[in-house]
Design a protein around this ligand. Structure first.
Ligand code: SF4
Ligand code: SF4
Length: 347
């Protein structure tokens, strides 16, 4: 499997304190990557990924590190992207100046998160529809690919604001559900959930690994964070310049490839009855990620899957290559309203 994007999570800090944040980010959170770590990780990953996404927390709390990371990414011939809360777009002038610096650094894609949890901010009450519009307005005359990322229920005023704003300024809109990880566990956990509720789709996010401020490397930029050391989602890493080697090894792992082409639900069906019972008991809700973590956090289930998938390893790697080519050939409309399976850097 070839990786789409390496997410470099440069800081855990964020001016916002969203109730659904799976990285537990807030102004009180601690942990930043250094430039030396970022540079080593990006250079070593360059042969294995198509792009690098600077994310957090809020990456623009470290603007010089974020801009230098984007410049490095482009100098290596990779596609550069960033996910931001857009907290910095307090007025038109400031938004225009920061967007100018981002584009001058070579940023290709800017994703701004906006949802109902952004509208009730104890730590950043100024964030809202107006800041979103400042940011989108400043970006609309540039070559930036713009995305508005919405997370949460759709029966909310914030959903209408997000979709209409995306449409008005020519941005793509992506929606995702709240996941039961980080602070999101309070909102999304649902006792009594069953595996029958889990979609039978493949995971498009497993090809988007993340390096965290703690120096940990995971094979998906979101719910894998916090997985136990022996989980297949957590890639062994000594130093930041080992990122490329770790990705290379994981790209041939049958479990990672099976997640990419088959998805957790079909993998669950390969397990023994005792393993299925354990995993069903550990389900946090009916999401694909909850099932994935319940399977990959269970050492016995991982052993069973490795035994079942090893004879299929070459076939899975080949299938994953075909899926990747198809994904990168996808048209990229400026105003596509989609339910995204690939909501980049889910937070
Ligand atoms: S969800 Fe995003 S914007 Fe909200 S606290 Fe977390 S990192 Fe910050
Ligand atoms: S299903 Fe969720 S937890 Fe599993 S690899 Fe995909 S994004 Fe990560």
């Amino acid at each position: 499997m070839r990786y789409n994007t390496l997410a470099v999570h440069i800081t855990n800090r964020c001016p916002l304190t969203c109730a659904h944040c799976i990285t537990d980010s807030s102004p009180r959170a601690r942990g930043d990557l250094s430039w030396e770590q970022v540079e080593a990780a990006v250079r070593s990953a360059a042969a294995y990924v198509d792009g690098v996404c600077v994310t957090g927390g809020e990456p623009m709390l470290l603007p010089e590190l974020a801009l230098a990371s984007i410049e490095l990414t482009r100098s290596l011939g990779l596609r550069s992207s960033m996910v931001t809360s857009g907290y910095w777009a307090r007025d038109d002038n400031r938004a225009t100046e920061i967007v100018r610096r981002l584009t001058a650094s070579g940023l290709d894609k800017l994703a701004v998160s906006f949802d109902q949890y952004h509208l009730v901010q104890p730590t950043a009450p100024y964030v809202g529809e107006t800041t979103l519009h400042h940011l989108l307005s400043a970006s609309s005359g540039t070559d930036l690919e713009m995305v508005v990322q919405y997370c949460g229920p759709q029966d909310h005023d914030a959903y209408d604001i997000a979709t209409k704003s995306a449409h008005r300024f020519g941005a793509r809109f992506e929606a995702a559900e709240v996941l039961p990880f980080g602070r999101g566990i309070q909102l999304a956990r649902r006792r009594g959930a069953t595996v029958d509720e889990v979609p039978e789709t493949a995971c498009g996010v497993v090809g988007r690994p993340v390096l965290t401020p703690e120096g940990d490397l995971y094979t998906c930029c979101g719910p894998a964070r916090g997985a136990p050391p022996d989980s297949p989602l957590r890639l062994p890493l000594g130093r930041a310049d080992d990122v490329g080697d770790a990705l290379s090894v994981a790209s041939r792992d049958p479990i990672i490839n099976a997640l990419y082409v088959r998805g957790p639900r079909r993998m669950f069906n390969m397990l023994s009855d005792p393993a299925r019972q354990r995993i069903s008991a550990n389900l946090l809700n009916g999401s694909m990620c909850s099932l994935c973590r319940a399977i990959t956090d269970d050492p016995g289930a991982v052993v069973e899957l490795r035994a079942a998938l090893t004879p299929l390893a070459l076939q899975l790697v080949a299938q994953a290559g075909v899926v990747h080519v198809r994904a990168s050939d996808r048209p990229n409309p400026t105003t596509a309203f989609t339910k995204s399976e690939e909501n980049e850097c889910l937070r």
